[in-house]
Design a protein around this ligand. Sequence first.
Ligand code: SF4
Length: 234
Amino acid sequence: MQKRNYSRELEETLGTLRAREDAGEGRKRLLLHVCCAPCSSYVLEYLREYFDVTVYYYNPNITEATEYEKRLQEEQRLIQEYNNQVERGAFEGMHSTARAGRIDFLPAPYDPERYLEEVRGLENCREGGSRCEVCFRLRLSRTAEAARNGGYDFFTTSLTISPLKNAPLLNEIGEEQGRLWGVPFLPSDFKKKDGYKRSIELSGMFSLYRQNYCGCVFSRREAAERQDKAMRDA
Ligand code: SF4
C-alpha cells in the first residue's frame, strides 16, 4: 500500500477550507489536543490562520501533578501571548498574518489514575512501544468525544510534531476515533516542512519550559537512564 503523506493531506484540506472561507462559508472550529507549550507553539502559529482554534488540554499521562501543572501554566501563558498579538494586530518575529484568530482554552479534568489503569501491564515497554499506542488512543478518544460534545468541525493533536512520535499511528488512531465519535480528524505530520525546527525557535522566543521526557513516570525513568549512560560513556 502506498505510504500516505499526512503533511500534504493537511495542506490540501487547508487550501479547500481557505477557498470556502473566502467564498463566505465562515471559519471552521477546531479542537486541538495539545501535549505541551513547546510542541503547540508552531502548531498554533500555523492553524490559527485557518480555524477558530480551541486548545484542549487532556494529558493524564503526565503522572506527576507538579509537572502537569507546570506544563498547563506554560500552555496558558503561550495562548495569552498569541492572543495579545491578535489584539495588538502586531506579529513581530511570527509567521502570522491579519487572518490569525484568537485561541480559546479548554482544560479537561486531570485523571492520571485513568492513564495508569489503561497502561497496567505495559509499564516496562520502551517509549514508542505499545504503551504509547494505548496512551495516544486514550487522549485522542477523549478529544474526539469533547469535539463531538462541543459541536466542533474537526479535531487533531499537536503530538505529530515530535520526531519521537509515530505520526502514521497517531493519524490512524485519530481517524478511528473520528469515525467512532462522528467528528473528522484533521490529518497532520507537523514536524514536516521545518515544523519541528520552528517549534524550537518559538520556544526560545517565548522562553518556554521544555521538559526532557515525554510525560509518564516510565518515560521519566527512561530519560534518566539515558542521561546516566551518556555520563558514563563521556
Ligand atoms: S512515553 Fe509518552 S506517549 Fe508513551 S506512554 Fe508515556 S507519556 Fe504516553
